[in-house]
Design a protein around this ligand. Structure first.
Ligand code: ADP
Ligand code: ADP
Length: 232
């Protein structure tokens, strides 16, 4: 479902260049929850942002659901990105829009009718356990509720892949577990493939099928989570 072929990223040029990612190969199969774990500055954000080309790799190719994203022009890329949802550490909700309007946004951009949008947003809010909060503003919600809105928004265009960029790092342990449980449920119910980055082993232990360890821009180990914890 996701394949990175020798993807590398260097920020800047000349004397100030930073090689954030050395050539990385990564394969995530349909329906897997794949975690990339590493310390701050290891290259996790860069890696995950290269999957949807929020960050342009300096070299290598990115293939998602059979489409080589790195070969696409901007127009085609905008369409292909609907296959890829993303959630963030700080939720990135629009504060001037209600919960309903935040979740509706990608559907409006995709040109859906008001009736289609209402039906889909209602279904999504139910899925994430926020029915009844449609008219609330983000400032009225807890961190966990904000992340549920962000998940609903990410799922709105029916993506094949969900990217999670430190999605539970701003949450307390109990809320973290409830969000991880929701992600697992979505993975199982919708068959959604999930790639997440984290600096917390607990996240990997809780929901990942596979894990890769990143250090200094390199993937130094990869394998089944069950194998890691039986040999650690
Ligand atoms: P992590 O997510 O694991 O903390 P990052 O991918 O954010 O790691 O960063 C990897 C390296 O790339 C770090 O040395 C960081 O300072 C550097 N870096 C990240 N983004 C940029 C940028 N936009 N410009 C220059 N250097 C960057
Ligand atoms: P996080 O660790 O949560 O990803 P950071 O503080 O590392 O957050 O990075 C926040 C933003 O700043 C990111 O968009 C990243 O690409 C950028 N960034 C990180 N390091 C650098 C850097 N050395 N120079 C320029 N931008 C950077």
């Amino acid at each position: 479902m996701i394949r990175l072929n020798a993807v590398a990223k260097t920020y800047g040029a000349g004397a100030s260049a930073v090689q954030a990612l050395k050539p990385v190969d990564l394969q995530v199969h349909q329906g897997e929850i794949f975690g990339v774990i590493g310390a701050s500055g290891a290259g996790k954000s860069t890696l995950i942002r290269c999957v949807n080309l929020l960050e342009r790799p300096t070299q290598g190719s990115v293939v998602v659901d059979g489409i080589t994203l790195t070969e696409l022009g901007e127009r085609e890329l905008t369409l292909a990105r609907r296959k890829i949802g993303m959630i963030f550490q700080h939720f990135n909700l629009l504060s001037s829009r209600t919960v309903f309007q935040n979740v509706a946004l990608p559907l409006e951009l995709a040109g859906q009718t008001q009736a289609q949008i209402r039906a889909r947003v209602t279904e999504l809010l139910k899925l994430v356990g926020l029915e009844g909060r449609a008219q609330a503003y983000p400032s009225e919600l807890s961190g966990g509720q904000k992340q549920r809105v962000a998940i609903a928004r990410a799922l709105a265009p029916e993506p094949k892949v969900l990217l999670c960029d430190e999605a539970t790092s701003a949450l307390d342990p109990q809320t973290t577990q409830s969000i991880l449980a929701l992600l697992k449920e979505i993975n199982q119910r919708l068959g959604l493939t999930i790639l997440l980055i984290t600096h917390e082993m607990e996240v990997v232990k809780s929901i990942c099928d596979k894990v890769a360890i990143i250090s200094n821009g390199e993937l130094i180990e990869q394998g089944e989570v069950a194998w890691f914890f039986s040999h650690a």
